[in-house]
Structures are given as structure tokens and as C-alpha cells.
Design a protein around this ligand. Sequence first.
Ligand code: IPD
Ligand code: CA
Ligand code: CA
Ligand code: CA
Length: 283
Amino acid sequence: RDVPAIGGKSFTAVAINSAAKAGEWIKTKLGKHTTLNLKYSAQDLVTEVDKGAETMIRNLIMTHFPHHSFLGEEGVQPGPEASERALSNVQDEEYLWIVDPVDGTTNFVHGFPFFSVSIALAHKGEVIVGIVYDPMRDELFVAEKGKGAYVHGQRMSVSEEADLRESLVATGFPADPLMLQPNLQQLQAIAPQVRNIRSGGSAALHMAYVAAGRLSGFWEQGLNAWDLAAGYLLIKESGGRVSDMAGEPYHLGVRHVAATNGRIHDSFVDELKKAGAASRTEG
Ligand code: IPD
Ligand code: CA
Ligand code: CA
Ligand code: CA
């Protein structure tokens, strides 16, 4: 396994151990029968593995840091209102762990081997540790605020492209039908401008890939802090930029995200904005 250059007996070490344990377990469940339930829509899935992994991570973190707060996707009621409520007073929390136990549940259910465990720690609303773990490739992406971001123990940096025409960008297809439509409008506007588009089905891994320079950019509407917080720090510590769709800097309440190598950020956001405005006037 990877030994990251940062860690020790620390918040980061606990995050890494929790993600590694959960990841190993999730991997053993791939392709096996698991109970499947629908959440907010017919596209919004949850399995016993999502819940089991979240419990596993929560227990491990709480054993080490019993006074910290914990926000996990599966502990929140489905739908945007509940997630907004859950994040409404993050600034007041001393230490808050933000966890997506399986990012890419649809992939997991179909045996498409692209999903991740995402764990972030925020101190008074500011992300200080972010890790994304891909159990299928045993790839661990780790960032600590001010200390850089690493994969396979090597420092990461974002890609060099400065032009949309040379850029490989990714998006998702949101499970919430209200978010899917504007996202599709943006896809239609962006696709002809870039080298190509990818959609792997794990927002957290897409963010990690931007940090690692494997993607030039990523955008998606209707995400939540558990999809984004860890990836945000990975990208920031790798020299990239993360913002909302208006270009304002990322914070834990951002749901519509644009994340890039920094160099393409302004032109990328301009295109996304234009498409967004067009979709609104079309009604
Ligand atoms: C989903 C994944 C997917 C994205 C969805 C997310 P989940 O998270 O990140 O790539 O398109 O919008 O909800 O539900 O698999 O944790
Ligand atoms: Ca989900
Ligand atoms: Ca997710
Ligand atoms: Ca999830």
C-alpha cells in the first residue's frame, strides 16, 4: 500500500486508515448481492454497503476523536433541503468530519470499477484534511492544508493546459432531475469547445483526477459537501482552482461546482455561465 509522505499519528492518519479499511471491505462486496433501495429519485441509489461503510468510518473516527462532529451522506435525509440544513452552521463546528462512504454507488451496483471513499475534516468551516481513496486501483489521494497533496506518496500538481481546446474535462449526470437539465445544457455548450469529455461517475474521483493533472477540469450541478470537500483541498493543494458556477471561491455550502487546473478556470466558468443563463431563459 501507499505510504504517504504526510500523516503520522494524526487526523490524516485516522482518515487514511478509515478509508483504507472501508475501501477494502467495499471491494469484497463488489458484484455480490446487496439490498438496493431508492432515495430521492429512481436514479438515486443506496445499498447496505453504503450504510455499512459509513458506520465503519464513523466508528473508527469517533473512537479516536469522540468530541468531533460527523456528517456522512447516509446520515442525512435524501434531497437538497436536508443537506442544506445539515451544512447550515458548519462555521460553528470546531471539528467536523465530512464523509461520502461510497462516491459512485451506481457504478458499485453495476460492477463498474470506478468509485471512491471521500473523507474531509473541516475546522470551523475550513477544510484542513482531504482524502479520496480508490479501492479498485489502491490509489490514495491525500491533502493537508498548506502541506501539498500527494498520490502514491508523490506530490501532485494540476495539468498545464491553458486553452479549452486542449482540455480534457469531466462532468456527471446528477441524480436529481432538476439538476440534470441545466447540467445537460452546459454539456452541450462545453463539448464543442474542449478536446473531449469524460464522465466516470464519481465526483470525488473526478476532483482527485483534476488535482493529479489527469483532467483539466470538472463541473457538476447539485453536489454536496461530502462529494466535494476532500477533492477541493486536493485541487487547492495541487495548484488548481475550485469555485461555484459564478466563479466565487469554494466553501462547504457550494453545490454547483467548477474545478480546474486554474489556467482554464475563467474561460471554463464563462462557458458554463453562458449555458446556465441560456437554460434559464428557455425556462
Ligand atoms: C454521486 C456521484 C456521481 C454524481 C452524482 C453524485 P453518490 O454520488 O458522485 O458521479 O454524478 O451527482 O450524487 O450518490 O454515488 O455518492
Ligand atoms: Ca448517494
Ligand atoms: Ca457522492
Ligand atoms: Ca455516496
